[in-house]
Design a protein around this ligand. Structure first.
Ligand SMILES: Cc1cc2nc3c(=O)[nH]c(=O)nc-3n(C[C@H](O)[C@H](O)[C@H](O)COP(=O)(O)OP(=O)(O)OC[C@H]3O[C@@H](n4cnc5c(N)ncnc54)[C@H](O)[C@@H]3O)c2cc1C
Length: 354
């Protein structure tokens, strides 16, 4: 068995982002790294989207950037701008290719399919394999998105539809999300915030078909790509150890109220790279406590009042778009936090707090 200075368990978003960050900052010139990833081939399997509130290494993997978005609830539509923080979508296929091409240039980096091939004792481990207990008590953001193509111009490619709420009263929160890549191509997603215990929520194909044909009133289209996923809106039970740091979902980089993870992973990678010479003394990196506290309350509100959530989300987007984007991207100051908190229905949130 070979020994390595560093081992990354899981060559997905967090594992590869970290390896790339270390490589481009020349932290692997005199160190060896093994990446353990079971998948046989890398192909596009996710679209990572976010408001670009910080610089990142993957501008060349951005499929499209938008400066306008809308939030829709029955009979109401709010148009908002995000000029300072454009909404970006990263194509995971381009991301995997760019990183793997770069990593292959360094002979100190090796790839393995199974951690059993390695001696984990003498290395520093970065683990991105989440330990998720599926006890059905936690909320998930589960979704399915399809890329569709139309023959004629159909979409307004300048504006994304961030949340289009399902008007049916249910026990969970359900909305659609549309990212128009051009006037005849778009990603249309059905998204649920729920405990995933109701199987009818998972008839994604039917939901998307009905939405496209009845709501968008589009009949002539073809599906060119599909992605499905479930993001835990609760912390995974991965424990940090002396020679191990958890990264990505396993490292609690998901903002639990939104599911946004990609930019937090990039910030975490940068933080690790800055402290790479002193890993054992490094302070644990985490999403700031104030967001953890507020997200916990917010999730309780979602759980207890799913039918009220369309209005609550709609209210959140009242006022300055920059403020809400900064809040949802962990970049708000205390005044901005309060301006969001004050928009929320007091009694429901106070009840959730206690
Ligand atoms: C379909 C989808 C879309 C998403 N969209 C967004 C988005 O738009 N914006 C956003 O901010 N976040 C999004 N997320 C959330 C988050 O950004 C992603 O889940 C991201 O991929 C998390 O990175 P990760 O490295 O923690 O996990 P992954 O990218 O899943 O990487 C984990 C890796 O570990 C490997 N692995 C599994 N088991 C083992 C094992 N036993 N040993 C070694 N390796 C193993 C897997 O093959 C995988 O490659 C999305 C998630 C999904 C699933």
């Amino acid at each position: 068995m070979k020994d390595f200075d560093y081992i990354i368990l899981g060559g997905g978003c967090a594992g590869l982002s970290l390896a790339y960050e270390l490589e481009i900052h020349k932290k692997l010139e005199n160190k060896t790294l093994a990446i353990v990833e079971p998948r046989n081939e890398y192909k596009k399997d996710k679209t990572w989207s976010f408001w670009k509130t910080i610089p990142h290494n993957f501008d060349d993997c951005v499929k499209k950037s938008w400066k306008n978005y809308s939030v829709n609830i029955p009979n109401k539509i709010k148009h908002l701008e995000c000029i300072d923080y454009p909404y970006q979508s990263i194509d995971s296929g381009l991301f995997y290719e760019k990183i793997n091409d770069k990593l292959r240039e360094n002979q100190n980096i090796h790839f393995y399919k199974d951690a059993k091939e390695l001696n984990l004792e003498n290395s520093f481990i970065f683990n991105s394999v989440p330990n998720i207990k599926s006890d059905k008590t936690g909320l998930w953001q589960h979704f399915c998105g399809v890329e569709i193509e139309t023959k004629k111009k159909f979409f307004d490619e300048e504006i994304i539809n961030l949340m289009d709420f399902d008007c049916e009263q249910r026990n969970s929160v359900h909305f659609f999300y549309t990212l128009p890549y051009s006037n005849n191509k778009a990603l249309v997603e059905t998204t649920w915030l729920s405990k995933m215990s109701d199987n009818s929520e998972k008839d994604y194909d039917k939901q998307i078909k009905e939405y496209i044909e009845s709501k968008l009133k589009l009949k002539d289209y073809k599906i060119t790509y599909k992605e499905e996923g479930a993001i835990p809106l609760f912390n995974t039970s991965n424990q940090a150890e002396k020679n191990k740091i958890n990264i990505g979902t396993a490292g609690r980089m998901t903002r639990l109220s939104t599911g946004y993870t990609f930019l937090n992973i990039q910030e975490h990678s940068k933080y690790i790279r800055e402290h790479i010479e002193n890993l054992t003394k490094m302070k644990t990196y985490e999403i700031r406590k104030k967001y953890q506290f507020l997200d916990n309350i917010f999730l309780k509100v979602i759980e207890k009042n799913p039918e009220k959530m369309p209005n609550i989300f709609y209210k959140m987007f009242n006022g300055s778009s920059n403020t809400v984007i900064k809040f949802l991207s962990n970049k708000s100051n205390i005044i901005e936090d309060f301006s969001i908190i004050l928009k929320m229905p007091k009694w429901i949130f106070i009840k959730a707090l206690f």
